[in-house]
Design a protein around this ligand. Structure first.
Ligand code: SIN
Ligand code: CO
Length: 378
C-alpha cells in the first residue's frame, strides 16, 4: 500500500484527504523503478489500439497544440527540444504485469479506479493549468516535475482551445516531485505540472459516474426491456380546461414515473453491475480463438498454469440475498460470495485449488471462453 512507508494509514487518508484536500506523499514508493521507460510508452503510442495525445505549448504563452495518436517514429523525431508531453491512457491494460502497481491502491474499491495514464515529457512539458473531475494520484516515475496547485481559482477556460486549459492561474502551493513521490489531488483542484527535465509521470485516475451518465445508461437499459420501466398513464384524468396547457398534475405524474423507474432490487443490481463493469471501458475483451473445455482447464491448472484477468475486463461483484453476482464487462454470472471474491482477486485466483468444484470450473471456462480470463504459464 502506498502508505506503508509514511506515517499515515489508509484509514486516515480516507478520513482526512480523500475527496477533501490535496496531499503530497514524499517517497510513497521509495526506489520506484518504472517497469516501462519512455521508449516503451512511445511504442505504445504508435499502437492503433492505444489512446494517446501529444501536446506542445506552455503557460502563460498559451501556444497549445494537441494531436491524437496513433503516432509514428517520424512524429517523435520531429519533436522540439522542450515543451512537449506525450500522454497514453490505459497503460496497465496494455501491460498486465502492472497489476502489482495497481494493487498498491487496493484500499480503494476496484471499480473506482479508471486507468493508469503515463505522461512522458521534455523539459518545460505541461498540459497547461487545468481542473479534473476525478481524483488522481500523480506518481513521479522519472525525472522531476514541479506541481503548482490552487483550490481557489478563476474558472474561465482559454477560448478556442481543444485542451481545457485555465486562462489564468496563480499557484497557492507548489512542490518539486522526485521519483517515488506521489501527489494526491481530489476533483476540482486546479493544477499545473511542469517537467523540469526528461520526466515521466504515472497518473492513477479515478472514475465516478455523473447522474446524467447513470440516467442515460438506465434509459438505454430500460428501453431494451419489454415493459420499458412503465409508461405515462392518467386514469384520473379530468376535463382539459385551458387549451395547450400541460397541467401541474401531469408534471407530478411524469415526475413520479422518472423518480421511480419501476426497478426492483434484483433488476437494479443487474443494471448497476452491468453499467459499472463496462463504464469507461475503451475496448471489449476479445474471446479466444478456440473454446476451452472444463477437462482441459482442469488439466492446465494441474500442470501449474494460472488464470489471469483480461485487463480489458472490469470484474466486480455485488452481494445479493441468496448469493453473489459477478459482473464482467457488462455480463452477469451468479456464484457464491466466497468464489466471487476469489474471481476478482488476482492473487486468490492464481492460488485457487479446483478440487472437485464442478460449478466453479464451469463458470471459469465460460469466463475464459468469453475472453474475460486467460491461462498463463507461471
Ligand atoms: C501530466 O501527467 O502531465 C498531467 C496529468 C494531470 O494533470 O492530470
Ligand atoms: Co490533471
Amino acid at each position: 500500500m502506498i502508505f506503508d512507508n509514511v506515517s499515515l494509514s489508509s484509514e486516515q487518508f480516507l478520513a482526512d484527504y480523500w475527496q477533501k484536500k490535496p496531499l503530497l506523499i514524499r517517497q510513497a514508493l521509495p526506489g520506484f523503478t518504472p517497469e516501462l521507460d519512455s521508449n516503451d510508452i512511445a511504442g505504445l503510442a504508435c499502437d492503433e489500439l492505444s489512446e494517446s495525445r501529444l501536446i506542445t505549448g506552455s503557460f502563460p504563452k498559451h501556444d497549445w497544440q494537441l494531436r491524437y495518436g496513433p503516432f509514428s517514429d517520424a512524429d517523435f523525431s520531429k519533436l522540439p527540444e522542450s515543451n512537449w508531453t506525450l500522454l497514453v491512457q490505459d497503460v496497465e491494460k496494455h501491460y498486465p504485469p502492472l497489476r502489482s502497481l495497481m494493487q498498491e491502491f487496493s484500499f480503494l474499491p476496484r471499480w473506482r479506479i479508471d486507468d493508469l495514464m503515463v505522461s512522458v515529457a521534455g523539459p518545460g512539458g505541461s498540459v497547461g493549468p487545468h481542473v479534473d473531475q476525478y481524483d488522481v494520484f500523480l506518481i513521479q516515475a522519472e525525472g522531476h516535475r514541479r506541481w503548482e496547485i490552487a483550490e481557489d481559482y478563476e474558472t474561465e477556460l482559454l477560448p478556442d482551445c481543444e485542451l481545457n486549459v485555465l486562462r489564468r492561474f496563480s499557484a497557492e502551493q507548489d512542490w518539486l516531485l522526485e521519483p517515488g513521490d506521489i501527489l494526491y489531488l481530489p476533483p476540482g483542484v486546479a493544477h499545473h505540472g511542469v517537467a523540469q527535465d526528461d520526466c515521466m509521470t504515472w497518473s492513477i485516475g479515478m472514475r465516478a459516474p455523473s447522474r446524467a451518465e447513470l440516467i442515460l445508461a438506465l434509459g438505454e437499459w430500460l428501453s431494451e426491456k419489454e415493459d420499458h420501466g412503465g409508461r405515462y398513464g392518467d386514469p384520473d384524468l379530468s376535463i382539459a380546461r385551458r387549451i395547450g396547457e400541460v397541467e401541474g398534475i401531469t408534471l407530478d405524474r411524469i415526475g413520479e414515473l422518472l423518480r421511480s423507474p419501476g426497478l426492483g432490487d434484483e433488476e437494479f443490481t443487474s443494471f448497476l453491475g452491468a453499467f459499472l463493469s463496462r463504464y469507461r471501458l475503451a475496448h471489449d475483451p476479445a474471446p479466444p480463438a478456440s473454446r476451452l473445455k472444463p477437462a482441459v482447464l482442469l488439466k492446465a491448472l494441474g500442470r501449474g498454469q494460472v488464470l489471469r484477468h483480461n485487463p480489458w475486463t472490469r470484474m466486480l461483484w455485488i452481494e445479493t440475498e441468496e448469493n453473489a453476482r459477478v459482473f464482467a464487462a457488462g455480463s452477469e454470472f451468479p456464484c457464491s460470495v466466497e468464489f466471487a471474491e476469489t474471481l476478482c482477486d488476482p492473487d486468490r485466483l492464481c492460488q485457487w485449488d479446483p478440487g472437485g468444484a464442478k460449478t466453479e470450473i464451469g463458470l471459469l471456462c465460460d469466463l475464459v471462453n468469453r475472453g474475460h480470463l486467460y491461462l498463463e504459464q507461471l
